[in-house]
Design a binder for this molecule. Structure first.
Ligand SMILES: Nc1ncnc2c1ncn2[C@@H]1O[C@H](COP(=O)(O)OP(=O)(O)OP(=O)(O)O)[C@@H](O)[C@H]1O
Ligand SMILES: [Mg+2]
Length: 467
C-alpha cells in the first residue's frame, strides 16, 4: 500500500504547495485539510502514515492536534510546520512526541528528506517483524537485509535460481554483498545441508592455487609428503564459491573450464581423472567483458560461468535500506560488545542517510561497528559515528544538547542555529544577493544585514564566481 500523508494548514496556498511537492516527487498520496477538527475526523476514519501540521491555526493549534492524534494512534508520526516566530513551540512539540519540525519557508528538499526518513523508518519497523519470522525459519542463513524494490527483486531471483544447477555469476562493486548472496544461493538450493566452500582466487598464490583446488598426490612436488584433498573434493555434492574469479591466471582458467564443462579434474601429479558433483557460484568486481577483449579472461569460461547473472546494487541505488541495515549492524555489534545500545538518534540517521558509500554495505557496517564502540549511552549519536566532513549533518545534534539547557539557553541556541542555517540557505538561493535574499524572506534589507553580521556570515562566499 503506498503511504498516505495528511496535511493540515489554515493557509490554502501552503496545502496546494505541499500537495504538489508530494505528488510530483513521491509515490505517496497527500490528503489536505484546512480545518483541524475535520482533519481529526479524517484521521480517526482512515489510517495515515504521517501527519504534517501547521502550528499556528485559529480553531485548534498544531500542538492540540498532535495530542489528539496521539490519543487516537500513539505511534503516529507528526511533523510540525512552523514560522520562525513560533520556533520555541515547535521544540515543545518535539518534547510532546512530534517527530520533527520544519521552519517556514522551507526548501523542497527539506520536506522531501523528512518524508523519506519517516517512510524508511516505518518500513524498517514493519520489515523487522517479517525478518524476525523469516530468521526463525532459517537460523543458519546469514541475513541478507533489504526492503527496497531492488532488493526484493534480488531475493526473488535468488529463490528462482537457487534450486537449479545453473552456474551463477555475481557481479557488483566491492562490499555490496556478493559473498552473502553466494551463501544465500547455496542455502536455498537442494544442497543447502551440504558444504559451502569458498576459494578466493586473489588471496591464494598462483603456484599453489591448482593444488588447493584440485589437491595433489604424494611426491607431486617438493614438500608434497602425502596425498592431499583439494577444495573441489571438499565441495562434493555442495557448492563451490569462486570468489574474485577475474584474478584467476590463464592456466587455471583452462583447467576450471574443463571442470565446469565435463565435471572432471585431475589432482596435481595424478594420472587419474576425478569426477565432481558441484554447484558453482562465482563472483567478481572486474568488468569481465573488458578483461575478455584485453585477452585476460577466456570468453568460453565467461559464458560457462555467466549462465545466470546477478548484479548487486550499490548502496547508493538502495539508500532507503540504510536505516534497516544500520539497525541490523547496531544490534549485531551491540551484542558482540555486550552494550545496551538500542536507538539511533534521528540526526545520526540523517547523517548516515546523507553520505556516500564507496565501500557500500561493508563501509556502513564498519561505521556502525566503530559507532557502537564510541557510544556510551543507549542511543547512537552523530558524534559517535566519527564521520568525515561530507558525512556531517545539516542540523548538528540539536535535540541532544537542548535537553540539558535551560529554556532561555535552549531558545537562544535554537534561534542562532536557525539564523545560521536559514541565512545561508537564503544566500545560496539568491546567489549572494542580499536584496534578493531579503525579498524572499520578507524582511528589510538592513535587518538581514544585521542578522548576517551577528552570525558572521558574508555574502561574498555565496556569489557565483565568473568562470
Ligand atoms: N544485504 C546485506 N545485509 C546484511 N549485511 C550485508 C548485506 N550486504 C553486505 N553485507 C555485509 O557487508 C559486508 C560485505 O559483504 P560481502 O563480503 O558479501 O561483499 P562483497 O560484494 O563480496 O565485497 P568484495 O567485492 O569487496 O569482496 C559483509 O560483512 C556482509 O555481511
Ligand atoms: Mg567478496
Amino acid at each position: 500500500m503506498p503511504g498516505r500523508i495528511l496535511i493540515i494548514d489554515d493557509e490554502k496556498d501552503m496545502l496546494v504547495l505541499l500537495k504538489r511537492i508530494i505528488t510530483e516527487e513521491t509515490d505517496y498520496e497527500a490528503v489536505t485539510e484546512s480545518d483541524p477538527h475535520r482533519a481529526l475526523e479524517l484521521f480517526k476514519a482512515n489510517p495515515f502514515n504521517m501527519v504534517i501540521t501547521d502550528l499556528k491555526m485559529p480553531k485548534m493549534d498544531g500542538m492540540q492536534l498532535l495530542e489528539k492524534a496521539k490519543e487516537v494512534d500513539p505511534n503516529v508520526t507528526v511533523v510540525i510546520l512552523t514560522a520562525f516566530a513560533t520556533i520555541e513551540n515547535a521544540v515543545e512539540a518535539i518534547q510532546k512526541g512530534a517527530y520533527d519540525y520544519i521552519t517556514k519557508p522551507f526548501r523542497r528538499e527539506r520536506i522531501l528528506l523528512t518524508i523519506s526518513k519517516v517512510m524508511a523508518w516505518q518500513e524498517m519497523v514493519r520489515e523487522n517483524l517479517s525478518l524476525r519470522q523469516a530468521l526463525a525459519q532459517k537460523e543458519s542463513t546469514p541475513p541478507l537485509i533489504g526492503s527496497t524494490s531492488v532488493m526484493k527483486e534480488l531475493f526473488e531471483r535468488i529463490k528462482q535460481v537457487a534450486p537449479t544447477m545453473a552456474t551463477v555469476l555475481l557481479t557488483g562493486a566491492s562490499g555490496t554483498g556478493k559473498e552473502l548472496v553466494a551463501r544465500a544461493v547455496h542455502q536455498h538450493s537442494l544442497r543447502g545441508s551440504k558444504k559451502f566452500i569458498t576459494i578466493n582466487c586473489t588471496a591464494i598464490p598462483e603456484q599453489v592455487i591448482e593444488s588447493e583446488l584440485f589437491g595433489h598426490v604424494k611426491g607431486a612436488f617438493t614438500g608434497a609428503w602425502k596425498d592431499k584433498k583439494g577444495l573441489v573434493e571438499e565441495a562434493h555434492e555442495g557448492t563451490l564459491f569462486l570468489d574474485e574469479i577475474g584474478d584467476l591466471n590463464p592456466n587455471m582458467q583452462t583447467k576450471l573450464l574443463r571442470l565446469l564443462q565435463e565435471g572432471e579434474y585431475k589432482p596435481v601429479g595424478s594420472l587419474i581423472t576425478k569426477k565432481a558433483d558441484i554447484r558453482f557460484v562465482a563472483a567478481t568486481n572486474h568488468n569481465l567483458k573488458a578483461d575478455i577483449s584485453e585477452k585476460r579472461f577466456r570468453e568460453d569460461l565467461y559464458y560457462r560461468l555467466n549462465v545466470v547473472n546477478i548484479d548487486l546494487p550499490t548502496l547508493k541505488e538502495r539508500k532507503q535500506d540504510i536505516p534497516i541495515l544500520a539497525y541490523h549492524f547496531l544490534k549485531k555489534y551491540a551484542q558482540v560488545n555486550g552494550r545496551g545500545i538500542h536507538e539511533i538518534s534521528p540526526e545520526a540517521m540523517q547523517a548516515l542517510m546523507g553520505r556516500e558509500y564507496p565501500g557500500n554495505v561493508r563501509e556502513l557496517e564498519n561505521i556502525m561497528e566503530r559507532g557502537v564502540i564510541f557510544c556510551n549511552t543507549d542511543t547512537l549519536k552523530v558524534k559517535d559515528l566519527h564521520l568525515d566532513r561530507e558525512g556531517a549533518t545539516f542540523f548538528p545534534e540539536v535535540s541532544e544538547d537542548v535537553a540539558r539547557l535551560s529554556f532561555k539557553e535552549a531558545k537562544d541556541k535554537m534561534i542562532s542555529l536557525f539564523h545560521n542555517q536559514y541565512i545561508m540557505a537564503l544566500l545560496r538561493e539568491s546567489g549572494g544577493n542580499i536584496s534578493k535574499a531579503a525579498e524572499i524572506a520578507g524582511i528589510q534589507r538592513q535587518y538581514l544585514h544585521r542578522l548576517m553580521k551577528e552570525a558572521g556570515i558574508e555574502a561574498d562566499q555565496f556569489k557565483q564566481k565568473a568562470e
